[in-house]
Design a protein around this ligand. Structure first.
Ligand SMILES: [Zn+2]
Length: 326
């Protein structure tokens, strides 16, 4: 695999390539950044480059090491996925033993730990011990959404590699240029992508339910505008069952109300939900721009309150009541 197969993250690619070129590798890396942004792929390609027998600039794809890496069968690359459960005792024992054994056929032995914040304390301590007295030939790459979820003592011994989100405009450009998606659709997908091309593509193929949620939310706003308070109490249930996705839901609400405001103000090139223009026009009718801007602030505040652990039902009720007053 090549770094080119990952969208964006040029700074990370340059940094990792240079470290290999200059033989400037450390024993521990933390790849930190949002979900689905290519961290695991980056770690695999980095490992492939480190072990490639022909090149220090890009994996040659031809040597025995590259071939095994691509087939996921390299004996010196260990990938631990923690997405289902944390690692079990047996795995840790195996790890503890293997970490001090020489690499089978390469100069280095590489451990990639996906979702490393889900490690048990026991597993974390195994890695910590390794990082404290690293065997010359071992490299550990820990992948996480947030390094603050890892032990401080681990973080302080690792090189932190930050993965950046892209701007919406950049995502939009990539979707148009590299995926041949038409510009209106690209704008919609980019608007909901959170700066993540992979999320945009998942929304497109339906694996990500953002657009389904959006349609539900648009209906709810419709009903609240039509039926007032009565509808608010009907929809408490919806928000209660959506508790786990509340960040997502509030995001969609924010984008939606911003669009209503753009329609009201005739700023059409900023509208993300162009496919729902009719509904936006209907909902903006008779509304006051200042009040709409207030709603935008209230949703934003709900977002913040939610992260501060304020009573969930209370803040949701409060937000919905304000929406119906508009
Ligand atoms: Zn190679």
């Amino acid at each position: 695999m090549q770094f080119d197969s990952i969208v964006g993250q040029d700074r990370v690619k340059d940094y990792l390539t240079n470290s290999v070129k200059k033989d400037n590798l450390t024993h521990g890396y933390i790849f930190e950044g949002p979900k689905n942004i290519g961290k695991l792929e980056m770690a695999k390609i980095f490992a492939q480059l480190i072990l490639c027998k022909n090149s220090k600039e890009k994996p040659c794809e031809k040597c025995s090491s590259c071939i095994k890496t691509n087939a996921n069968s390299h004996p010196d690359i260990h990938i631990l996925k923690l997405d289902e459960n944390s690692i079990k005792r047996k795995d840790i024992d195996e790890l503890q033993n293997s970490i001090y054994i020489k690499p089978y056929e390469s100069k280095k032995k590489i451990y990639i730990i996906d979702d490393s914040h889900k490690m048990t304390v026991q597993a974390a301590n195994t890695f910590l011990k390794t990082l404290e007295e690293p065997p010359e030939d071992t490299i550990i790459i820990m992948i996480t959404i947030n390094k603050d979820l890892l032990l401080d003592t681990i973080v302080s011994r690792c090189q932190i590699i930050n993965f950046e989100m892209l701007g919406h405009k950049e995502v939009e450009k990539i979707l148009v240029q590299e995926y041949n998606i038409d510009s209106e659709k690209s704008k919609l997908l980019a608007g909901y992508s959170k700066g993540n091309v992979y999320k945009a593509l998942k929304i497109l193929d339906g694996e990500d339910k953002t657009l389904e949620y959006r349609d539900e939310i648009v209906n709810i706003v419709d009903k609240i505008f039509e039926d007032g308070k009565r509808a608010v109490f009907d929809y408490e249930k919806y928000f209660n069952s959506g508790k786990d996705n509340i960040d997502e839901i509030l995001d969609i609400l924010l984008i939606w109300f911003r669009d209503i405001l753009f329609v009201k103000e005739n700023i059409s090139d900023m509208i993300i939900n162009k496919d729902k223009l009719e509904v936006l026009e209907k909902q903006s009718k008779g509304k006051n721009s200042i009040r709409l801007a207030e709603i935008y602030d209230i949703i934003q505040k709900t977002y913040d309150d939610f992260n501060k652990n304020v009573n969930y039902n209370l803040i949701i009720d409060n937000m919905l009541l304000k929406i119906q007053e508009v």
